[in-house]
Every structure is written in C-alpha cells, then in structure tokens.
Design a protein around this ligand. Sequence first.
Ligand code: GLC
Length: 532
Amino acid sequence: MIYQVYPRSFRDSNGDGIGDLRGVIEGLPYLSSLGIDAIWLSPFYKTPNKDGGYDVADPRDVDPMFGTVKDAEDLITSAHDAGLRVIFDIVPNHFSSEHIWFQKALNSLPGSSERARFHFFDGRGVDGNEPPNNWNSLFNGPSWSRVIEADGKPGQWYLHLFDSSQPDLNWDNPEVHEDFIKTLRFWLDRGVDGFRIDVAHGLAKDEILKDHRDPAGLTQALRLDLPGMSKEVRAGLLSDVPFFDREGVHAIYKDWRKVIDEYDGDRMTVAEAFVYPSSRQTRYVRPGELHQIFNFDFLATDWEASALREAAERSITEMNEIGASPTWALDNHDSPRLVSRVKDPAKARAFALFSQALPGSQYIYQGEELGLIDGELSPSDRQDPAFIRSGGADIGRDGARVPLPWKADEKYFGFSNGGSWLPQMDSYKNYAMDVEEKDPASFLNLYRSSLALRKQHAGLGGDSGITWHEAPEGILYFSRAAGFVLLANTTDKSIEITLPKPAMILLQSQGGASLTGSVVTVPANTTLWLQQ
Ligand code: GLC
C-alpha cells in the first residue's frame, strides 16, 4: 500500500502557502496512522516549477520552496523510524530548460557536444522555419521550439514532448546515462527505498525526423479522458508511437536495476508507462528490469461490473505470467479525483473496496482517503501547462492538486498558516481530517478499516490468487484464500445473493447490507468484504 504525497499540496511548515518537506515530516504521524507501507513523493528538486516540479533543474538538489537536501535526509530517517518506506520520483525523459546542461546547449553551436545531450535539429522548409517533424506536445501545440543562435537569428529546434520548458534528453548519449546513475546513487546513498520513474516509456525515440501519420489523432488518443474515439481506433493509434515504448528503454532499466541491486534492503522501482496493448507492460517488469508498472486502467474505468472485471482480470493474468505484482490506482496528481470522476461518494467508496481487495499493490493519492473532491478553480488560478498551452481547452490537472484540508476550523484548513497556492473551496471543511476522524462513517475511517484488514487478513494483500464466481448482472463476486469473499453491487438496486456457505460481514463500503446465514442483501452501489 503506497501513498502518493504531492509535496506542494500536502502540508506547509513555513507559512508561504506551498507545502514542503518539513510539512511531510510533520504529517508522518497521520500517514503512519493510515496503515500504509510506503510513501511516494512527487518531485521536490530544484525547479522553476513550470510543470509542478516535473521540470527538474537539478535532480540532486532540493528546491528552496520545498526545503534542503538535509530535510530530504531527515524525511527518509523519520519515515523509516515511523515504519514507512520512502520512494522518490525520478524524471528521466526531460530536464527543465533551466538545467545547466540546457543553458550551456543554448549558448553552444549546432553540432556541439552540449547540444548532443538533447534533441537539437535544423528545421525544415524555407530557412528552417518549420519544425523537424510534425509531432505534437502532450500538453498541446508542437513538440518543437526554435532557439535564437549566437548571431541573433532563429536557428535550430529542440524536442519537448511536454512543455517548451521541458527539453527531452537524448538517451543515445552516454553522458545522459551517467548523470542519471549518479542521481540514483545520490539518493540511494541517502537511504531512499526506491523510485517512481516518470514517463518511463518515453526515453528512447525512433525515427525522430519522420512525420507521424496522424498527429492530431494521436493527441486525441492520448487524452484518455476524452470520449468519442472508438476502442479500435484508439488502440491502433496508441500501439506504435515513435516516441513511446521503444525497445531502447529496456537497456536503460537493466542498467538501473544493477545499480539498485547493489544496495542493501528491499529497494524497488515503479514505472509510469502508458503502453499499448497492455500486454506490453510486462516487458518493463521482466526479471532484471523494474519491479512494478502502474496500471492506469481504473482511472478510466466506470463503476460498471463487466468493465471492472475485464480490467482486473487482464492485469492479474498478464502480471502473473511474468511473476510481477499487479498494481491499482484510483487517483493521482494527473487525473480527476475519484469522487469527482464517478460523481457519487457511494460509488467511490464501493470502487475503493473493490480495488483494495485485489491482489497486488495499491497506490493511494493524497486526499483520496478523505473522499476529497476536485477543487473548482477560476482560469486565473490554474497553473497546469496543459491548461495554459491549450488556451483552456484542456482543463488541466490543477483541480486534483488543491492543498489538503487538515483542520476544519483553521485558516487554510490547517494546510498552512500563511496561504494556499491554489485556493481551497469552502466545502473542503467537510473533508478535513479532524472532522473525518471523529465520524465513524467517514471515508477516512473506511480506508483505515480496509487498510488494517488488508494487513490482518491472510487472504488479502500479498499476491495470493483470486477466483471469480458467476453472479447476477452488475455484481462482482470473487473469493480469495482464507475464506475471503468480495461482493460488489454496481447497480442502482439492492440485490440478494445466496452464497454457498454461511458468511459474516467484515466490512461494507456503506451501511445497509444484511446477512442471514448464507443469504446476503447487497445495497445499491455497495461493496462487501465477507468472511466465509
Ligand atoms: C508525468 C507526470 C506528470 C508530468 C509529466 C511530465 O506524466 O506524472 O505530472 O506533467 O510526466 O513530466
């Protein structure tokens, strides 16, 4: 069970309105009270903060906004003392344009070794006025920007799959490899337990000077939140992308794995990699490569029985084949929050209990355990480059990044005593931890109960198997070892089911279930954990 901390929005210790590492240290008692095993921190390195810290200007230093390297070291020690592992985020696809390497590249000549660390090319067309190819940025607009050369004239172009402030690194260059190994060691030497690898599928590029056959279609296909594209068309567009999931990435992770294995303890890596078809995910977790890969299926799956079962079964089967652990996530800093997405707290609670009963690792995004909703923000508050670059057509990800409410009656709901970098809505008061703590029916207490049970119950957690059973339409029904049974009713009507044996209820996502012997009534949009 891994809890994602988005440091900017977790807790602010110095009153500047921005969460920081000391704030995370202050929050450790809360985190360990949840019953999680590890925390993963989104980037807190030196950054101009054009993409929430995923634009790294120095991966071996901490941005003053977040603290110091000493704070990061103290955080690792304090988390370990509290029994929690610590995972850092590593961003190898790109640096910030403020990284010293890019600054040097800008001040060097075309063809220089400084430029060879990135993807600099001459443009096409008259005077090189057009970009070297037609690829789009994942944040909208072209994925190329043109620089001004020493003679004061527009010159070469550089590739950026994300914002223009995030130049892509050239992984064909050994210097890039060496620098990242140095970064891994820098943090491993300081005791970090692992890394989440950002855009892990993007590092190697093929045929960089060739146009894509359908750049607009590809952009559309990559926006999983946008309906209106058939499964087949989307699958076709996503299955062969010249800058994603190329063979070259695997050599990189084999090298990284060797470095990680040199260190004592149980260190791990998890890839953020969108790859299609999903069966290709297993290639990232082959022996000698990474440990886990995120499965984002649930972020785009409705609360609907057949889709959920299909997504769950597929991932379990694929990961089992290679002996890797499946992973599940309902939320993260890049997606709408679960309750806002499914538009119903009851469904969200039921969804969470369904997901948490599956074999493998669960990733929880801060605030998910409170059932927090997305912040409603005015355009002038929004900072996400996806929002800015699309002129607002893409609403962006800021809604899920609004700072957490800790205490209902304090200013900024206890997040900070000086401000909040994104405004919190008044309704966040109702989700404050101190309010939820006192309410036995709160999301927080549901998560605490479920996480505790996952630790105690021999049939939960771990990778022990799962057996699906026939069930009426709209019902998910499976059992696991040690008599564990899950029943989830995804319909809007309560349903009665007869189990093969008498059972008892361990946990329910909301009240209202009843059980007489082996006859269970599962209320609408409810998940039950049962002991049989
Ligand atoms: C990943 C991060 C996202 C970031 C992007 C570029 O998808 O999760 O927040 O914007 O990479 O680094």
